[in-house]
Design a protein. Structure first.
Length: 242
C-alpha cells in the first residue's frame, strides 16, 4: 500500500466520507475496551485510538511519523503484551493477511481485543473494485474480504467476534454534492440491507481455553459486612448481632 496514494485519496470527498464513518464506529468500539497497552497498526498521522482510555497508546507502521516502525506481520512486541490492536484496512492491503492475524494473536494478552476495519466485496464499492480488476488507484486495488471470511480466520486463531458494525451504503461518487444526494441510503441501509455496506468494523477477543478470570469478591465482602452489624442498647452498651 502506497502511503502517499492513501493520504491523497483520504482527502477526496469519498475518502473523507469513509474515514468519518469509520472514526465514529471505531470510537464506539474502543471506548469501552480497557487495559494498559494499545497499538494502532497503519494509517500513520491519523489517531483512531483517541476514544480509548488506555495509558499507553502508540502507532506502528512500516514508514511515516510513527512511534514504532515495523511490518504488520513482524511486530516487535513481546508475546501476550498488548491489550488492544487496531488494524484499519491492513488486511486487504497486506501481502499475507493470515500472517498479520497470527502475529496479532501472538502479541495479544488473554482476553485482549483486536479491532479491524475492512472493505466489503459484497457492496457497491465491491462492484466498483471488480470493474477495476484490482488495479488502479486506492482503494480499488485492494483484496477485499467479506466479514464472514474474516470471522472464519479469526475463529481458527481463537479470536471470538463479539461485535460487528457495517456502514457506508452510498455508491461510489466523486463529489460532495452527490454524496449528499445519496445520503438517504445511509439512513435506510442499516435497516434494509445492513450486510451490503461498503465498510465494516469488527471487534474480536482472544479466548484462551482453560483460563478463568478471577474477579473481585465485592458481593461476598458486602454480605459478610451485613451479617455482623452493631446494635445500640439503651444502657449505653453495644453488642454485635449476626
Amino acid at each position: 500500500m502506497s502511503m502517499p496514494d492513501l493520504s491523497d485519496w483520504l482527502e477526496t470527498p469519498l475518502g473523507r466520507y469513509l474515514l468519518d464513518w469509520e472514526r465514529g464506529a471505531i470510537d464506539r468500539t474502543v471506548a469501552d475496551i480497557f487495559g494498559y497497552n494499545a497499538v494502532q497498526i497503519g494509517l500513520p498521522g491519523i489517531d483512531l485510538l483517541q476514544a480509548n482510555r488506555m495509558p499507553f497508546r502508540l502507532n506502528c507502521a512500516r514508514d511515516g511519523e510513527v512511534a514504532v516502525r515495523a511490518q504488520a506481520f513482524e511486530l516487535p512486541f513481546a508475546t501476550a503484551s498488548i491489550d488492544l490492536v487496531l488494524l484499519p484496512h491492513v488486511l486487504e492491503f497486506s501481502s499475507d493477511a493470515h500472517s498479520v492475524l497470527r502475529e496479532v494473536e501472538r502479541v495479544l494478552v488473554p482476553e485482549g481485543s483486536v479491532v479491524l476495519s475492512g472493505l466489503n466485496p459484497l457492496s457497491l464499492w465491491g462492484a466498483r473494485r471488480a470493474l477495476a480488476r484490482g488495479e488502479g488507484a486506492f482503494p480499488w486495488r485492494g483484496q477485499y474480504r467479506s466479514s464472514m471470511r474474516i470471522k472464519d480466520w479469526m475463529k481458527l486463531l481463537g479470536l471470538e467476534v463479539v461485535g460487528l458494525e457495517s456502514g457506508c451504503h452510498v455508491p461510489v461518487v466523486g463529489t460532495e454534492a452527490w454524496l449528499q444526494r445519496w445520503s438517504f441510503m445511509d439512513r435506510a441501509g442499516p435497516r434494509w440491507w445492513p450486510v451490503l455496506g461498503a465498510a465494516y468494523v469488527m471487534h474480536g477477543v482472544k479466548r484462551v481455553q482453560g483460563m478463568r478470570l478471577i474477579m473481585p469478591q465485592w458481593r461476598e465482602r458486602k454480605a459478610s459486612a451485613k451479617r455482623l452489624s452493631t446494635v445500640a442498647q439503651r444502657n449505653g452498651e453495644t453488642r454485635k448481632t449476626q
